[in-house]
Design a binder for this molecule. Sequence first.
Ligand SMILES: [Cu+2]
Length: 456
Amino acid sequence: MRAPLLALCLLLSAFARAQEPMSGHEHGDMSPPDTPAHDAHAHESSMRNMGMGSDDSEVRSLRDIPLMRRGSGTSWQPDRFPPSMIHAQVAGWGLMFQGLLFGGYDVQGGPRGASAPEALGWLMLMANRELPSGQLVLGVMLSPDPLTAGAHGGYPLLLQSGESYRGEPLHDRQHPHDLFMELAASYTHYFSDTWGLMLYVAPAGEPALGPVAFPHRASARFDPLAVLGHHWQDSTHISFGVVTAGLVTPLARLEVSAFNGREPDEFRYDLDLRLPDSFSARLSVNPTSRVSTQVSYGYLPSPEALHPGVPVHRFTASAMYHAPVGAHGFWATTAVFGRNVEGDEPPTNSALLESNVDLDGHHAVFGRVEYVRKTGHDLALSGILEHDTFDVGVLALGYLYQFNPWGPVKAGVGVRGALNLVPENLAALYGGRTPLGGMVYVRLAPVMRDSSGHGR
Ligand SMILES: [Cu+2]
């Protein structure tokens, strides 16, 4: 526990220092940031920088890239972003709090299903500072999952696979996320308005591989449960030891990462640090303020502790679309393709399409369709099925009612139903070809609240 606590203390002391009045030396030759005129301007531009602007104007300079373009880790999402964060400007630092908490009862049917109360989510504090020729961003993200969704190695989710519990591979359960989801610092140096270099260092964080991870996608923000293609698409979002360097323009970013590709172990409160053994590369392009796309490739020589030395080549491609709906609504959609080539096995593919619409700040509907080819080994099957592959899928639909904001928090109650699809030769194990799953839940998220106290 010591290393993560130390890192947390360092970050907290950085925040504390940020709130002290700065010395003239630290100001350098920059204009004084304390004048009311500057604050008003900083406020206006910081709101625009969060993607809340009312126009769809193009980003022409690196300094105009909205902070909210940052998805999980160094991934990009569209500049337009739904209003859910608490934001403050403190002594030249922009502080941003984001998070999402779900609690409810999870019911997964059939002989391989289980039912249990669960709570899931993440909380993130981010601090950014504009420097004379660059931008510094620090982030800490924590998850309550180990405490609230860690029984039996994770929460029930039919057809889910990946990671382990008590030395056995998990199946039909989603592993909890680690307490420390991210401890990261990144610096982007601007060589001109149109190009710069980014460096991201994270004892816990995300390499340049895959789309924005599902817990952080606007298109998944009403859905409490994980994607079945997690380990084909975005499972590296918690890697313990990541260094990423990237070339940035207002339109595109090309990144390479060296990272520890070993999956987190079943002890969820520590940092599973190892020397980097894996690498990845990603090209992200945001052609308009509503669209974000990426393609990426990663090589992980030994991701699974239970099968060390079995390498994985992963290829992913994705596109996201965000758009406002009326005065208070928002529409978000993501499509993902992910492919694993594991050891000598034939390649396995996955595809996902998810979308949600918040109609008016109260009523939201969401859905997700997935296809994944999983191996008998992924699904922890034995006997003749162990070396077979299976096309599985899910169709999930849900509805959430959100109450009026209560202080800085917006609460909602929701229901999610899922129709899972399994092939004939797994029907006996799953109690039919279309086993059902569902969850009733409450959801808590921060309300958009800026430093002038306006809530949305
Ligand atoms: Cu995950």
